[in-house]
Design a protein around this ligand. Structure first.
Ligand SMILES: CC(C)(COP(=O)(O)OP(=O)(O)OC[C@H]1O[C@@H](n2cnc3c(N)ncnc32)[C@H](O)[C@@H]1OP(=O)(O)O)[C@@H](O)C(=O)NCCC(=O)NCCS
Length: 435
């Protein structure tokens, strides 16, 4: 890079410098990254982020190092079954990796970017854990999952301008230590902190689309499809991508996958418009539109499990095709993720078959697909000239009430509907005035 290019690059990075200041990034540094020669450069780049005011929480892994130290480990579905006698060795390996990282942040030699920069790295017992338990009949013993992270303590250290370093170890309230999957821990910590970014360092530098081009930005849904279609992605990378999806669906604004092999990859991804890795972010709203015949298969996929569970009344494919003009569908990333049907009944309208694909139902965060469908359904009912909208529900009465409906008596239903009411099913009636 000549001087001119350098100044241009530096100027171009200005908006990103202010955008990242004060933001919380959780960075996953796996055991594979720690073994790679580029780790020194990565630490220097992390130090630069810190100096620029980014609040950093680092979660390190140590899988290859544990594989070397525990040659007789039992693995189940790529997850280690941690025996009591392994814990001392695991403690030793994590301790060593932790101090390797702390050491790298402390190198202040005149020929390094950290010369004259003092960085405090704080490692501690921030995480409580629970046993992961028995999976497919295999007791995972001392392998655990994060139960809680002390966000207050972490925030206090971040406020004091320290970098927080977390090892994949958690403790139960009785003091028992558990060995945790580091990528899962990084995702869980990022969700608990509602971090601005989760950054996964991996051997993969970015994802490719079907034409072999880099995907710089994907949504969780399109990432799921990409992973499903790409047989070449290693199991380790796949697990990391899965945790990125979980993190974004859990409310983390963006997750990035960046190569640990590429010198400067982290800085290029964070400080240039084009980036070098792949970022995952959720679409903020999903459009609701009139359903088309081609949507029938997607609708069937969403409602069949609910019909089988007795939550929705069964509708044949033929009936769906005949009634498609009454249906609305909600889309996310171009995929049908929810549906509902509106039928005019005398001077009212019936709302039926309200369903959101189970992966997209909102659990505290994310896009309110059900509520979006309902708003569009009310508009459609008004277009029919309906005075009110009613629904019969066995499981979602409270949800309708949260959405402004009131419970009503069967006798309040239009006459033609009353005569068809199935007393055995015993659905609750909810209604909402459209005035
Ligand atoms: C009911 C349903 C359509 C809501 O979809 P959704 O996308 O999750 O809804 P929204 O995002 O608009 O609202 C989510 C909120 O509703 C709550 N909720 C979801 N289903 C609920 C239910 N059955 N009862 C009570 N509350 C419910 C969620 O806990 C969440 O609350 P929060 O904001 O406090 O976290 C969806 O849960 C679904 O498909 N359920 C199965 C089918 C069904 O029961 N349909 C109604 C029969 S007609």
């Amino acid at each position: 890079m000549n001087t001119n290019e350098y100044s241009q690059w530096f100027r171009g990075s200005t908006p990103y410098i202010s955008a990242h200041r004060g933001k919380t990034f959780v960075v996953f540094i796996g055991g594979d990254s720690l073994e790679h020669l580029n780790i020194t450069n990565i630490v220097h780049d992390l130090a630069l982020l810190h100096v620029l005011g980014v609040r950093l929480v680092l979660v390190h892994g140590g899988r290859p190092q544990l594989d070397n130290a525990l040659t007789d480990s039992v693995m189940h579905n790529q997850r280690r079954v941690t025996r009591a006698q392994d814990m001392n060795i695991i403690n030793g390996v994590y301790g060593q990796l932790c101090s390797q990282l702390e050491g790298l942040f402390s190198t202040g030699l005149p020929n390094t970017p950290l010369h004259n920069v003092e960085i405090s790295v704080v490692a501690g017992n921030f995480v409580t854990a629970r046993p992961i338990g028995v999976l497919d009949g295999v007791d995972h013993l001392f392998t655990g999952r994060m139960r809680n992270v002390d966000t207050q303590k972490v925030t206090t250290f971040l406020d004091a301008e320290s970098i927080v370093l977390i090892s994949p170890m958690g403790y139960s309230p009785s003091g028992q230590a558990f060995n945790l999957a580091a990528e899962e821990l990084a995702a869980d910590v990022s969700v608990a902190l509602q971090a601005d970014k989760l950054i996964m360092l991996d051997e993969l530098s970015h994802l490719l689309n079907a034409n072999g081009e880099r995907e710089s930005t994907v949504t969780p849904t399109s990432l799921q499809i990409l992973i499903g279609n790409d047989q070449d992605i290693s199991h380790t990378t796949r697990a990391r991508l899965d945790t990125m999806i979980q993190a974004v669906r859990g409310g983390v604004k963006k997750a990035h996958i960046i190569s640990f092999k590429e010198d400067g990859g982290l800085l290029q991804e964070l400080f240039t418009a084009e980036g070098v890795g792949t970022q995952v972010l959720e679409e903020s709203t999903g459009p609701v539109r009139a359903a088309k015949r081609e949507d029938v298969s997607d609708i069937v996929e969403i409602i069949r499990p609910l019909e089988e569970a007795g939550i929705l009344v069964r509708r044949s494919r033929d009936r769906l095709e005949q009634e498609i003009e009454h249906f609305l569908v909600a889309e996310l990333d171009g995929i049908v993720v929810g549906c509902c049907a509106i039928y005019p009944v005398e001077d009212e309208a019936e709302l039926a078959c309200v369903a959101v694909h189970e992966h997209y139902r909102r659990r505290g965060s994310g896009v309110a697909i059900g509520a979006n469908l309902l708003r569009a359904a009310e508009d459609k009912a008004r277009n029919y000239g309906a005075m009110s909208l009613f629904a019969l529900t066995t499981q979602a009465q409270d949800w309708f009430i949260d959405q402004g409906f009131a419970t009503a008596d069967v006798s309040a239903l239009p006459n033609s509907k009353q005569s068809l009411y199935n007393w055995q099913r015993g659905s609750k009636v909810v209604a909402k005035s459209l005035h």
